[in-house]
Design a protein around this ligand. Structure first.
Ligand code: FAD
Length: 284
């Protein structure tokens, strides 16, 4: 995390734990390949509801103790009580994992109104304040260059973001975005709100049309004309689409670097080949 704290260029990845227990060997191979790219840290997603928290811990432990790369475990308050969060904390500490991305989470489809309402913390900032007081974790939070989908205005979303900084977040990781202009405007407005901690720009390579219906729709991010043109031209050709998506991500990151953005967080989608091509493109 040194590059992040010293505000030197940093590059990090996000991975997700395998969906099935039998898939861990493959996941470790993916991590080995990502580790070769020497990221500053790798973050590991967490299923809101917490039932698979152990998987996040297992993957984070491999990153921390086998690859010797800083692991950031995501943690959500949806579906979790104080004691459960502390259990996860103790598990993380037992595996030398000291960094947590503290999130609210979204309501899983199979969660009832009662279960959703039963969480101990309403917002990520409430959970952060609790973790700050009761643990020695290093905390980070999520931010949204195009505003969080529930919030009525960017101004209000930024005020809520400031609450996360005040609650102890040491840096933010952004939602994916495909149009850098949104990010530059967001950075200016965040600065005016008093956000002073580093912000990592979340970049997801769009390598298939399917992603528009899943990741992009869920994130609420806009699809600019340049990306719509790529989808229209290469959408039916998986190989060409993948290449065009990699190229788009490289151009996006180069533009961010040229405009003074230091920290890039790549949503790796557990795809080392695509991630390696992007890393090679931005480091050359
Ligand atoms: P919050 O910070 O609680 O914000 C949620 C909404 O409440 C926003 O509209 C905000 O403006 C508002 N708000 C916040 N604080 C207050 C307050 N004090 N008063 C009033 N309103 C407030 N989800 C997962 O389930 N697992 C993951 O691993 C995961 N990883 C993610 C990683 C990143 C980098 C990002 C950007 C998102 C991730 N998510 C993950 C999705 C995330 O859980 C959702 O976007 C969720 O809807 C919001 O989470 P949050 O932590 O930003 O919530």
């Amino acid at each position: 995390m040194t590059n992040l704290t010293q505000n030197k260029k940093s590059l990090s990845f996000e991975v997700f734990p395998p969906k099935k227990d039998g898939e861990f060997e493959k996941a470790f191979e993916v991590l080995d390949a990502l580790g070769q790219l020497k990221p500053d840290y790798i973050s590991v997603t967490y299923g809101a509801g917490g039932s698979r928290a152990g998987k996040t811990v297992e993957i984070a432990s491999y990153i921390q103790n086998t690859l010797h790369i800083d692991a950031v475990a995501h943690m959500t308050c949806v579906g979790s009580k104080r004691e459960q969060l502390l259990d996860v904390y103790r598990e993380l500490k037992a595996h030398n994992v000291n960094h947590v991305l503290a999130l609210r989470g979204d309501r899983p489809k199979d969660m009832s109104d009662e279960q959703y309402a039963a969480r101990d913390f309403e917002h990520a900032s409430d959970m952060m304040a609790f973790l700050k007081e009761n643990t020695d974790l290093h905390l980070s939070g999520a931010c949204y260059p195009e505003k969080h989908y529930e919030c009525f205005s960017m101004e209000s979303d930024l005020s809520n973001l400031k609450k996360k900084q005040d609650a102890g977040a040491e840096y933010f990781i952004s939602q994916l975005f495909l149009d850098n202009d949104f990010y530059y405007t967001f950075l200016e407005r965040a600065e005016r709100k008093g956000i002073t901690i580093p912000i990592c720009a979340g970049i997801m390579p769009i390598t298939s049309v399917k992603q528009i219906g899943t990741s992009i729709t869920l994130s609420g991010s806009s699809v600019p004309k340049a990306m719509a043109d790529i989808l229209a031209t290469y959408g039916d050709n998986p190989d060409e689409m993948r290449k065009a998506g990699v190229d788009y991500a490289i151009r996006q990151i180069r533009d961010l670097h040229e405009n003074g953005v230091q920290h890039i967080h790549l949503y790796s989608m557990n795809r080392p080949k695509t991630t390696a091509e992007i890393v090679s493109g931005i480091r050359s």
